[in-house]
Design a protein around this ligand. Structure first.
Ligand code: NAP
Ligand code: MG
Length: 402
């Protein structure tokens, strides 16, 4: 094993829960440790340890991700009332992903892993469409009130000097109704913009952004302006060098163009648009098990993970000793994303080449017809064969060509 690839800087490793935790250690054992003298800063984000550390471990791992610049995360349980009981938790701890995103001030980029035999439902899509969702504000931090007939609703802004500005939202004359207040901040929008521009440069793909600025002339227009200013000042030349574009259009025009496109670009969306469109795009591309995800901070730090959860149903089968056929591809791509980026940042060519070779082996395995149950029902490959969780990993290992 002396010829294993050496690492100079660690990646931050965030372990997780249930079936993905099982897969996590299998991936390391069979697909990484035989090839890489792996250096990680390990954090156990399994629910038990989050509870024991009062969730401090999640914060520590996020800060380590900022320090080292590259992290890989396993799926984790976001506790609800049932989990509080199941794990006898001290508290209903917050979503680790939410905590990490807040510390890194990052944007999530979701990209489908495209293989032959599992064709997108939209037949023109040949390459992945990556969705970037702004993860702050708008209706997710709204305030709402029901109004009665006769009520007058106003928007009032109070300045530090006590001065006020007010606008009538609506006078409810003869019918009751509803109102909603939403906000965003220049700082958050600017972070979102920089994360998107950085990611586009990173993967060398054109960036699309869309809002409804013709209708929302102050609110949505602010998004458009901030993106345009930052692009002109900080990114225009870099984009030109990479031969990629920044393209702004109206959200409804964007939807029409996306459906007619052949893919191969990044689509930045406001919070609600991203929530809706990421589910649409993911569904059209196939399986949750084939969707990877990267959290990118405006400072250029990266955290990679699978987009799916801990696959609880499969875990309970596994605990009962039953055979499982859980797709590990998105979790493998989280590892290859992190190792590839580590290699790039450290000038470690062998490490980056290994990451790409492991990705190619995954794709080849599925295109050869060896796949887990979720893909078996979708694939059009002749002589396809459904294998169990471990046998899939072993089939990938056979195809790693360095
Ligand atoms: P999930 O774990 O993504 O699984 C939902 C269903 O999708 C599974 O039951 C399975 O369908 C299918 N599936 C997902 N990933 C798969 C894979 N890799 N291979 C094969 N099939 C796969 O979502 P969930 O059941 O709603 O959530 C379970 C736990 O995960 C929850 O505690 C939640 O808090 C957590 N979660 C974490 C993250 C994260 O850490 N990023 C994200 C989402 C959810 P079948 O059962 O039909 O085979
Ligand atoms: Mg959604």
């Amino acid at each position: 094993m002396s010829n294993r690839i050496q690492m100079t800087t660690p990646v931050v490793e965030m372990d997780g829960d249930e079936m993905t935790r099982v897969i996590w250690s299998l991936i390391k054992q069979h697909l990484i440790l035989p090839y890489v003298d792996l250096k990680t800063e390990y954090f156990d984000l399994g629910l038990k340890n989050r509870d024991q550390t009062n969730d401090q471990v999640t914060l520590d791992s996020a800060n380590a991700a900022l320090k080292y610049g590259v992290a890989v995360k396993c799926a984790t349980i976001t506790p609800n009332a049932q989990r509080v009981e199941e794990y006898n938790l001290k508290e209903m701890w917050k979503s680790p992903n939410g905590t990490i995103r807040a510390v890194m001030d990052g944007t999530v980029f979701r990209s489908p892993i495209v293989v032959k035999g599992i064709e997108p439902l939209i037949s023109t899509w040949k390459q992945p469409i990556v969705i970037a969702r702004h993860a702050y504000g708008d209706i997710y931090r709204n305030v709402e009130l029901p109004c009665k007939a006769g009520d007058k609703a106003e928007l009032v802004v109070t300045s530090p000097d006590g001065g006020t500005r007010r606008e009538t939202v609506h006078s409810f004359a003869d019918t009751a109704g509803i109102i909603q207040g939403v906000h965003n901040t220049d700082k958050s929008i600017a972070s979102f913009a920089r994360s998107c521009f950085n990611y586009a440069l990173d993967v060398k793909q054109t960036l699309w952004f869309a809002t409804k600025d013709t209708i929302s002339k102050t609110y949505d227009h602010r998004f458009k302006d901030i993106f345009a200013e930052i692009f002109a000042k900080e990114y225009e030349e870099k984009f030109a060098v990479c031969n990629i574009e920044y393209f702004y259009t109206l959200i409804d025009d964007a939807v029409a163009r996306v459906i007619r496109s052949d893919g191969g670009f990044i689509w930045a969306c406001k919070n609600y648009d991203g929530d809706v469109m990421s589910d649409m795009v993911a569904t059209a591309f196939g399986s949750l098990g084939m969707m990877s995800s990267a959290l990118v901070s405006p400072g250029g730090q990266y955290e990679y993970e699978a987009a799916h959860g801990t696959v609880t149903r499969h875990y309970y089968k596994h605990l009962k000793g039953e055979e499982t056929s859980t797709n590990s591809v998105a979790t493998i791509f989280a590892w290859t994303g992190a190792l590839g980026k580590r290699g790039e940042l450290d000038g470690n060519v062998r490490l980056t080449a290994f990451a790409r070779a492991l990705e190619n082996a995954c794709v080849k395995t599925i295109e050869d017809g060896v796949m887990t149950g979720d893909l078996y029902s979708l694939s059009s490959v002749a002589n396809k064969q459904k294998v169990n969780t471990l046998d899939f990993l072993l089939a990938v290992k056979e195809r790693i060509s360095l």
